[in-house]
Write a protein that binds this ligand. Sequence first.
Ligand code: GLC
Length: 429
Amino acid sequence: MTQDMIETARQVLRNNDRGFYTVPTKGLYPFQWNWDSALSALGFAHFDEPRAWTEIDTLFAHQWDDGMVPHIIFHQRDEGYYPGPDVWDTGREVPTSGITQPPVAGFAVRRIFDRAQDKTLAAERARALLPRIHAWHQWFFRCRDPQHSGLVAIIHPWESGRDNSVDWDDAFQRVPTDGVLPFNRRDTSHADPAHRPTDEQYKRYIWLVQRFRGLGWDNAALHDASPFQVVDPGFNAILIRSCADLAALAEELGEPRIAAESRAMAERGIAAMETLWSAARGQYLCLDRSIGRLIDSPSVGGLLAAFAPLPPGRVAALARRIGSLAEHCRYLVPSHDPTTPEFDSLRYWRGPVWLVVNYMIADGLEQAGQVELAGRIKADSLRLIRQSGFAEYYDPNTAEPCGGGQFTWTAAMVIEMLETHAGAGDAPA
Ligand code: GLC
């Protein structure tokens, strides 16, 4: 049974493999996505280590000179996706988008390295990636934390990876829609519109792209010029974890400068995370940086914070909070609190369960010794797969599969969950 599921998951990865990168799923997402690739590499690593390294190498082959790693790389033309390369107009030889995504590559590379069977290959590939990943992390603190708060802001909801989360609703009102050129969405021809962001949200997404394009994609200017600047605890937790993991990896590979700088970024971030803690909600919240106020939206972004090496008391509090959500849905972890009026069990990041998020939360909980809850989250994830296949996301009550099917990172997480036993080979950072 388990072996069948692993084999089916591998088949999903193989079907979406384009040789040197993997598409998230056919049709809906026909290019390379940043954090999809890093997480999918974890799945490949269990049965094809060279292929896993190639996935991440390809991502970093398209890093910008300033250190940013773009959220989409348009390796080939495909009219099935909007907004395509002409809308972004970033002027790159192989076109890319102009914004980034959660920097999970540092974590992924350390994990693949630690488990590698082929240590020579792993050392060679990890050593080559180390300075590139480090440059990306430094880019974040330089360009997305100009006031040196220790935490970085996203300037477009798509950067968070949680595109239409309730978290962005209020701040998004400050993004205008005038001057948005007419466009045709393509996503709603591949997936049920009831599972996707609304047209109104789409106009604002595109307004921001047009604004940044008008500034020539100059990252020295974009943060301050954006009407949308949000500090997302989940995003920052991923960055902090990757910095901590890169520090450990750099130490092992004999790169003390990268190790020290990475450790310093992680430590400052961990201390600054306290500013996002909400005692009332028992979880972290986003900060609307433009107005200097926390956003009182109990989403999974604040729970994903558990992925960072935070003080154990905070992770224990997050575990209690996640445990309380289990009383209101059948499958953990919903992307939004099911007791709130904004919760929408089918609509993308406003309620459904995502396996990548489950994996990262469970991993953070395990590192902090919360193994029981981590086990429950993984068991729920596998129940969803058994019931509904390798979907993009799932209704947390009915397990209905939503969005696209045959999804790469969902399959990769299944391989990870089934092939890995708690704690095996993974020393905490
Ligand atoms: C959606 C998700 C994002 C993901 C992308 C490709 O935009 O919100 O997190 O990276 O699809 O799977």
